[in-house]
Design a protein around this ligand. Structure first.
Ligand code: RIB
Ligand code: CA
Length: 308
């Protein structure tokens, strides 16, 4: 299985990348997209994370700098001014957005064996579909962090990735992916990194541990300010953990649509097909999670205990 990680680092994207690279997953490429930060900053951040973990030789392909609508809507961020809690570097000047080219190229060379983990807004994925109508059929599996059966996190209705580019979500939902899996806030909201887990990271032997410990501190500060809780939600890492261990999440077949305008723009309307039998499922949506199983995998894979 070849894997592309499409992301908008973002602190939780960074943790997802570190989990993926600490695992046996075969990562063919990273593509970046505007979301938490500009695509220039996201591309710089992806490289910063790889450097912190001592990872070389993995191509990072910059993608869309604006949503399909062309309008970047800002929202308050838990990720800090630079997307990595102050641990980021300067944004990278982008000569050419090559993400969509590589999504299309790898969907041909890895036909029926390509998995895409989409951790940010779906703009790059939608652009690949718009450029090549057969793209969706060549992709074996698309796993998306986004949406919610219940409440949102940017508005009461909408989750950030879907809110940022609802038109892209609509393109993806209508594209006919054989295996589209959507991991939303209903399960990520049950997976909170604790202060104890952060200490476990500090004490680990992972090369990235010092970098991650500081980065997560800024994440915790943001959650304390916005939610009054100590800890931070593990959204994107849950996508990678799901690829590694299918027992962590429970998913159900559903027909999913997205609100394209109005007060609830970006809201995912999830119709479980077991309940709404007249609807034809276009996705499987995560409805349950085993947080302890996730954290055991996450910490043991990414931040093994120091043997000293
Ligand atoms: O709503 C959570 C999602 O929005 C995560 O992917 C996070 O990185 C932000 O992009
Ligand atoms: Ca993200």
């Amino acid at each position: 299985m070849a894997l592309i990680i499409d992301c908008d680092p973002g602190i939780d994207d960074a943790l997802a990348l570190l989990l993926a690279f600490g695992s046996p997953l075969e990562i063919s490429a990273i593509t970046t997209v505007v979301g938490n930060v500009s695509v220039e900053q996201a591309t710089s951040n992806a490289q910063t994370v790889l450097n912190a973990a001592g990872i070389t030789g993995v191509p990072v392909h910059p993608g869309a700098g604006t949503p399909l609508s062309g309008l970047v809507r800002a929202s308050s961020s838990s990720h800090g001014f630079d997307g990595l809690g102050g641990r980021g570097s300067e944004p990278l000047a982008i000569r050419e957005a090559t993400a969509v080219d590589h999504l299309l190229r790898l969907s041909r060379s890895k036909r029926d064996s390509l998995t895409i983990a989409a951790l940010g807004p779906l703009t790059n994925i939608a652009m690949a579909i718009q450029r090549d109508a057969d793209f969706a059929q060549r992709v074996d599996r698309l796993v998306v962090m986004g949406g919610a059966i219940g409440s949102g996190n940017v508005t009461p209705a909408a989750e950030f990735n879907f809110w940022h580019d609802p038109a892209a979500v609509d393109v993806v939902l209508r594209a006919g992916f054989t295996r589209l899996e959507i991991i939303g806030l209903d399960v990520t909201g049950q997976v909170f990194l604790s202060a104890e887990a952060r200490e476990r990271i500090r004490l680990s032997s992972a090369p990235s541990a010092p970098f991650v410990y500081e980065m997560i501190g800024a994440y915790f500060d943001a959650y304390w300010r916005s939610h009054g809780v100590v800890g931070a939600e593990m959204c994107d890492p849950l996508v990678i953990a799901h690829l590694l261990d299918p027992e962590i999440l429970t998913l159900s077949e559903a027909y999913v649509e997205v609100e394209l305008e109005g007060q609830s723009v970006g809201r995912s309307n999830v119709w479980p097909t077991a309940r709404y039998r007249d609807k034809i499922a276009n996705a499987r949506v995560a409805t349950g999670v085993d947080p302890q199983r996730f954290f055991t995998l996450f910490l043991e894979t990414t931040f093994p205990a120091s043997t000293a």
